[in-house]
Design a protein around this ligand. Structure first.
Ligand SMILES: Nc1ncnc2c1ncn2[C@@H]1O[C@H](COP(=O)(O)OP(=O)(O)O)[C@@H](O)[C@H]1O
Ligand SMILES: C=C(OP(=O)(O)O)C(=O)O
Ligand SMILES: [K+]
Ligand SMILES: [Mg+2]
Length: 570
């Protein structure tokens, strides 16, 4: 059995990363290679990248493109993976990491990139813009200096009801029977004892005595016992830990109460400021929290189009509320992708409904050719422990098996004790399940509905479907696609072929955006309309770096020339 089939090698390129395997019993055995850890660039979270000191740049042009463009951009982790294991063994499922205090420093970010992070997510519920700006500049520097294509996703706060930040305390413990005050008054730190601030003005008005108040979907539970003006007295009925800015929902007669804040805009005035910031610094994705309708997505997309001067920011709809479920298809059609945001979703609908809804959303996104992220609590226990539970491994496996584009870490990478290990678990489980699925020939017949709106698009779509079928039947080593805007690459990704898709694009921002999509290995390469010279150039560049070898069987497509070529690498 070639080395390519050992997870020890697959988990991450062996020369640069922590390596891992999952034992039969499911425990992650981790071997960190300290001497080979990525070189530290800067050690503290607080040193800003000088390039961004000038934010906001009125031209919104902080999306730095490399000054002297290399012939081809590829990161060390992917290069090592291809060189050591061959293209067929690369990971197809993409990984999104929420960046927080545990991972905001340049060296921690680099460790995540080495471990396979494809997208860095910034949750605007937490931290100030200055903090986020530093993280973005660190990610950008990593991309520029090490060839990574780590995309940045900004996730809006939205108009959810949540607690305040506990006056600076990291957490507070609510014990059974204690009477807590949830108040809309603001307090100076430190807060009075057993008191939390609630961000939504109408809270005291909307709740009723007898309602159940759930913190973070049930991590702690209270019963409303008395209302005193701005203060709501609640008795703790399920003790638990209260975390800063934890989400609050209140329930009456077995269902969640859609408070008056449901009438508030999905994108608040604070969110618009964050979005302006995101446009100015050139984030790649904006994930919109608590989307209720397609309108808000259309509105945001035209807002971005009017302000971002051609640099395309993709809009991801977070499916996490009851309203988003009723308008699911039109929301996804309007968006550039979706997130199954199981955290809040599970606080709004009965938990036992979440798995079938996840499956439905993943399927629908694939039909509509929109990348989909499965998020929240995939490895929740790893916030505290170095190994996941068996149930968590099964949950990750299920999402990989559903062929979701991406899996996301939240608290595990933002503030957990083992961010790198959590990433290794996602990566190892993805590789294992993907391989199992290929070996068992589990790929379903391609019964994808038409997504194209024009005849020319329809031709591209059919070419991709045929190319993917051929790739599976001929057992090719890779499909190469030359794509300017990325559309052809995403149509190929949608077919979920057995082999990886090498996506070549002229643009560093398209390259980053493609990094969210299943099975794509995005490269930045300057190419022409002449396919023959593109291919010869690519073959020699990739061969010289050991990423492909003579005799490899390749299918090549391009969005300039609607054709399929099959050839052996010379
Ligand atoms: N930028 C940040 N600054 C501080 N803490 C953060 C940040 N991002 C995330 N966190 C922490 O990680 C936890 C999990 O992240 P996430 O799931 O994105 O947020 P939330 O719990 O608000 O839904 C948060 O509750 C918070 O404690
Ligand atoms: C991803 C989610 O959103 P957030 O972490 O912003 O609450 C979620 O609710 O699952
Ligand atoms: K958010
Ligand atoms: Mg949420």
């Amino acid at each position: 059995m070639p080395a390519a089939h050992s997870l020890l090698h697959l988990a991450a390129p062996k020369s640069v990363a922590p390596t891992s395997t999952l034992s039969p019993a499911g425990a992650a055995h981790l071997r960190l290679l300290p001497s080979r850890r990525p070189q530290r660039l800067v050690t503290s979270c607080s040193s800003a990248h000088p390039d961004l000191a000038a934010f906001p740049n009125p031209n919104g042009l902080l999306v730095a493109e490399p000054a002297a463009a290399a012939p081809i951009d590829i990161d060390v982790a992917t290069e090592a993976e291809l060189r050591e294991n061959g293209s067929r063994s690369t990971r197809r499922t993409k990984l999104v990491c929420t960046v927080g205090p545990a991972t905001c420093g340049p060296s921690e970010l680099e460790a995540l990139a080495v471990g396979g992070m494809n997208v860095a997510r910034l949750n605007m519920c937490h931290g100030d813009r200055e903090w986020h700006q530093k993280v973005i500049s660190s990610v950008r520097r990593l991309n520029e200096e090490k060839g990574y294509a780590v995309a940045v996703m900004m996730d809006t706060e939205g108009s959810e009801i949540h607690m305040g930040d506990l006056g600076g305390a990291p957490a507070a413990k609510a014990e059974d029977g204690e009477i807590w005050t949830f108040s809309v008054r603001s307090f100076e730190a430190p807060l009075p004892e057993l008191t939390v601030h609630v961000n939504y003005e109408g809270f005291a008005e909307d709740v009723r005595v007898g309602d159940d108040l759930l913190v973070d979907g049930g991590m702690a539970r209270f019963e409303v016992v008395e209302k005193l003006g701005p203060d709501v007295k609640c008795r703790c009925t399920d003790p638990g830990l209260l975390l800063p800015r934890a989400n609050l929902t209140f329930w009456r007669d077995g269902s969640v109460v859609r408070a008056k804040n449901a009438m508030l805009p999905t994108i608040t005035s604070k969110d618009w400021l964050d979005i302006d910031f995101g446009i100015a610094v050139g984030v790649d994705f904006i994930a919109v929290s608590f989307v209720k309708s397609a309108e808000v997505i259309n509105h945001l997309k035209s807002y971005i189009a009017a302000r971002s001067r051609g640099s395309d920011i993709a809009v991801i709809a977070k499916i996490e509320s009851i309203d988003s479920l009723t308008n699911l298809e039109e929301i996804i059609r309007a968006s550039d992708g979706a997130m199954v945001a199981r955290g809040d979703l599970g606080a709004q609908i009965p938990l036992e409904q979440v798995p079938s809804i996840q499956q439905k959303i993943v399927k629908l996104c694939r039909q509509l050719n929109k990348p989909v992220i499965v998020a929240s609590q995939l490895l929740e226990s790893m916030i505290e422990y170095p190994i996941p539970t068996r149930a968590e491994v099964a949950d990750v496996s299920e999402a990989v098996h559903q062929r979701a584009d991406a899996l996301m870490l939240s608290g595990e990478s933002a503030m957990g004790r083992y961010p790198d290990k959590a990433l290794i678990v996602l990566s190892s489980v993805s590789l294992r399940i993907e391989r199992w699925w290929r070996e068992e020939k589990h790929h379903e017949p391609l019964e994808l509905e038409d997504v194209s709106s024009s005849f020319s698009d329809k031709i591209s779509e059919e070419i991709c479907i045929s190319a993917a079928k051929m790739a599976n039947k001929l057992e090719v080593d890779a499909v190469f696609v030359y794509t300017k805007g990325g559309h052809m690459a995403s149509l190929l990704s949608r077919c979920r072929p057995d082999c990886p898709i090498f996506a070549f694009t002229n643009s560093t921002s398209v390259r980053r955006r493609l990094n969210l999509q299943w099975g794509l290995i995005p490269f930045r390469l300057t190419f022409s309309d002449d396919m023959e010279s593109n291919l010869n150039r690519t073959f020699s560049l990739l061969k010289a770096r050991g990423m492909i070898k003579s005799g490899d069987l390749v299918i090549a497509l391009s969005d300039m020339l609607q054709s399929i070529q099959v050839m052996n690498v010379p």
